[in-house]
Structure formats: structure tokens, C-alpha cells
Design a protein around this ligand. Structure first.
Ligand SMILES: [Zn+2]
Length: 132
């Protein structure tokens, strides 16, 4: 299977598993859009593996646990949930940071992967709740 299709299939499965997380409009009603820009690095040399931008809409799943892109990584990933919910609580619009993957991987150093991220949040202009 081509990598892209494999990836999409993975994302589909992930989506199903994460229905429990609910959607953004339910969990964070004041959000109109979140943009998460990430640069993935691997190994200790901080070589760039890939860059990725995730666009979060009110209809998106309210789960911001990003997968580790290193093949064979077990239970790894980058959990941005606490970062994003913290920002929203404080009505902050942007944050930058970095995170290490804590997943286990054979034949690799514990710090086999890390990301640097930039989060930009757009809030609804009308902060009062709409009643449909
Ligand atoms: Zn990993």
C-alpha cells in the first residue's frame, strides 16, 4: 500500500477510536480554529524528519495527541491536549514549545524523536453562546 494511503487509513482508525473525545465545538465552544504547526525531529542530531500543519475546526475531534512518526515506536506520541486546553482556559492565542516522545523503540536511544510546535488559536468573535 502506498504510504499516503496507509497513513490515511491509520487516521481513519484513529478517528473512530477517538469518538469518545467529542468534537471541538462541544468541548471548546469558543474556538473557531486552531492551527498546530509542528516540526518533527529524529534522533539526537535533531535532524528534521518532517513538517506538518494541523488545522483544527469546530467539527474536528477534540483530541490533540499527535502520533510519533518513527516506525516501530510503541505507545509514543506527542500529547498536546494539556497544552491546548491550558491555552484555552487562559484565553491565550499562541504558544510555542517542544516535546519529546516517550515511546519505546528497540535499537534507539530514549530520545529518538521530538517535536517543536507552534499553536495558534482563533476564538469566536461573538463570545456569547448562540441559541439555535
Ligand atoms: Zn516515538
Amino acid at each position: 500500500m502506498p504510504p499516503r494511503q496507509d497513513y490515511l487509513k491509520k487516521m481513519e482508525l484513529k478517528k473512530q477510536r477517538k469518538l469518545d473525545a467529542g468534537v471541538v465545538s462541544e468541548r471548546f465552544p469558543k474556538i473557531s480554529n486552531i492551527i498546530i504547526s509542528m516540526t518533527y525531529f529524529h534522533d539526537a542530531e535533531n535532524a528534521v524528519l518532517m513538517e506538518r500543519t494541523v488545522n483544527v475546526f469546530p467539527t474536528s475531534t477534540a483530541d490533540f495527541n499527535m502520533e510519533c512518526m518513527i516506525r516501530g515506536c510503541d505507545k509514543g506520541g506527542f500529547n498536546l491536549n494539556p497544552v491546548i486546553s491550558g491555552l484555552i482556559k487562559q484565553n491565550k492565542k499562541a504558544a510555542k514549545g517542544s516535546m519529546k516522545c516517550k515511546g519505546k523503540l528497540d535499537h534507539h536511544a530514549p530520545n529518538h524523536a521530538n517535536i517543536s510546535y507552534e499553536i495558534n488559536i482563533k476564538y469566536n468573535k461573538n463570545s456569547s453562546m448562540k441559541h439555535n
